[in-house]
Write a protein of this length. Structure first.
Length: 312
């Protein structure tokens, strides 16, 4: 049996348990398929296994990846191809979903954890509703997370229209995937925008997961990109307290913007931000709505957590 990392508090263990979807193929890591899969299998068998959930792979790379899986059972987060051409989008998605079904049938040791679908740039609310309606018969047997194109001017309206469509079709297990960064400064959403998203999904009981840019626990300045990068502890704690305390967006934004480790305390069965507490039982319950985050690194987040004294 592998030795597990030891958290100093059950609260942070509950907060981060199975929280990372390993995306080693994607930038900035950009590993070859063989190396990414070997790294993932190493994590599953090592001290990191408590924090690992699934491996993120593009559907059009699954055939290439199959030769490296071996006989290890794996959880998969699958990504179909993206396109800005709304006319090509559905046809490509149908092809990718057919390929995914064939792949899963041929590889019974691979369990699909989620299907994360990037949506093309929509027009109005009726077009967004049409997109969701097209998806329902195609992927309704999967856990689906929809990624909206990032753009602060229209994102809030598009999010509201997407949530309305999800609720109309009673897709309670479908959720939103929010991109938190990338390789250029414009890829990083503002704390104000993220706070609005967290309040909106909270108000509508919509699951959410995050991707990109969350390599470090706390918000910090990145000199290379010239931008503040979000921290995964900030984001997960802000989402938790948004639910637990019914915080308005301005208060959620304050947690997202906090760069001081001393303001986040994990002691026994309680996690705190300043004077706000949340117990492990509620953290565990809320994780069904706050799923975790994709990261091309696992070592980097864990090294930072050790430096902060939050895990051993």
């Amino acid at each position: 049996m592998s030795t597990q990392l030891v958290s100093r508090s059950p609260a942070i263990a509950r907060l981060l348990s199975k929280s990372i979807d390993y995306a080693g193929l994607f930038p900035p890591a950009g590993l070859p398929v063989s190396e990414a899969i070997e790294m993932f299998k190493r994590y599953l068998q090592g001290r990191e296994s408590w924090i690992i959930n699934s491996i993120v792979l593009p559907i059009d790379r699954l055939t290439e990846a199959a030769g490296f899986f071996g006989d290890t059972p794996l959880r998969l987060t699958a990504i179909p191809r993206s396109t800005e051409d709304s006319h090509q989008w559905l046809g490509r998605l149908e092809e990718d979903c057919s390929q995914l079904r064939s792949f899963l049938a041929a590889h019974p040791l691979i369990a699909i954890q989620a299907l994360e679908i990037p949506l093309p740039k929509p027009g109005d609310a009726s077009e967004i509703a049409k997109r969701v309606e097209e998806l329902v018969p195609l992927v309704n047997d999967q856990r689906v997370f929809l990624e909206l194109p990032l753009g602060e001017s229209s994102f809030r309206d598009e999010l509201a229209a997407t949530i309305a469509a999800l609720q109309r079709h009673r897709l309670s297990l479908w959720g939103i995937k929010l991109r938190m960064g990338g390789t250029v400064p414009d890829a990083f959403p503002s704390t104000s925008m993220v706070a609005d998203v967290l309040a909106t999904v909270r108000d509508n009981q919509i699951p959410i997961k995050f991707t990109a840019g969350l390599h470090h626990p706390l918000r910090h300045w990145n000199n290379d990109l010239g931008v503040h990068m979000h921290g995964f502890i900030n984001v997960l704690m802000a989402a938790m307290f948004a639910h637990a305390c019914r915080l308005p967006p301005k208060n959620i934004e304050t947690i997202l913007a906090d760069e001081r480790s001393k303001d986040f305390v994990f002691s026994g069965n309680v996690a705190r931000w300043l004077d706000l507490p949340i117990r492990t039982e509620l953290i565990e319950d809320l994780r069904r709505l706050i799923l975790g985050f994709g990261s091309c690194s696992v070592d980097e987040p864990l090294d930072d957590l050790r430096t902060l004294g939050w895990v051993e």
